[in-house]
Design a protein around this ligand. Sequence first.
Ligand SMILES: Cc1ncc(COP(=O)(O)O)c(C=O)c1O
Length: 370
Amino acid sequence: MLESPYLVIEPNRVRANYRALRAAFAPATSTARIRFAVKASPVPEIIRLLNGEGAEFDVASIGEIELARAQGVDPAVMCYGNPIKKAADIARAYALGVRRYAFDTEDDLLRIAAHAPGAEVECRFLAATPASTTPFGTKFGCAPAEAVRLLVRARDLGLIVAGPYFHVGSQQTDPSAWRIGIEQAATISKALADKDIETRSVNIGGGLPISYATTAPALDEIAAVVNSAVAEFLPAGAGLVVEPGRALVGDAGTIHAEVIGIRIAPDGRRWVYLDIGRYNGMAETENEYIAYRFVTERDGDPLDEAVVAGPTCDGDDVLYQRTKVLLPTTLRAGDPIRILHTGAYTASYSSVSFNGFPPLTVHVSGAERE
Ligand SMILES: Cc1ncc(COP(=O)(O)O)c(C=O)c1O
């Protein structure tokens, strides 16, 4: 019997998601490349599976590069996609064989040129897209005109220009975001072409949403928008890179947790305390951004509103107090509770030992079959 809480990942679902993504974006370009954002689920079995399927890998740190290498991933299919990199880490990545990097400042570009000579680079620009459910805000991305200037500079520094790159924000539920980004990327590509720089690839980032408590647009709906924008705006021959994390692994995971206790607060609200919270897997409930779905064995009983909280002594370790969560009135201490579609950004976010609680354990289901 596994000790609660734990995450179970279904590899067959990850494989099916990968194949669905490849098929969905195939009309855009015969060379659509799917690059898994390792941060979403840095689980060795999942990396090996996706490597076997022919995926590329977006890595954010030396730790992820080493993890992927240990699973047999060729550094040639990795992209060091974090625009914020120390010079020493670029040098280490280069020594480990990584030859593709993303950047969004001249500062980082100069570090890449110095420590990864001859590497291929993608420039991340801030696309004018609607905010996503878990937005990046303005943390990343230069202005589109600056992307042109920096990619010309990259060429002049002896680097290989891949092309423009944008990310519409994670859990993006507005398909028009991709059309806006692709149109802006095309403007950058055109300006580069005027300077004799051919766009090898346009990276449309991640952000593909999955359904949580509410239903997200289907992959096919977003792919249709992407494919038609690619056909309309991009030069023929510019390859497409799609960099999903959540859409590959999110619905492949289920967290198994337990109710620790129930309390009626002085204001009359019912609080349900779980053995999983913000610090051991549910980080994406910050600002109540991601509204997960709970399943209990008493779901046929009458339901009532509940505040849902984690197990630590921290006042911020509350999953939902503004979002309306309905749970059975009969719920009791010791009851199991499952949290659906928790394969992305859960275990990888959990703290090492806040309050002495261990990180979320991950179990990869043994049903891995073709
Ligand atoms: C550089 C980069 N690429 C891809 C992703 C994956 O995004 P998503 O999980 O929304 O698909 C992220 C997520 O933070 C990212 O930072």
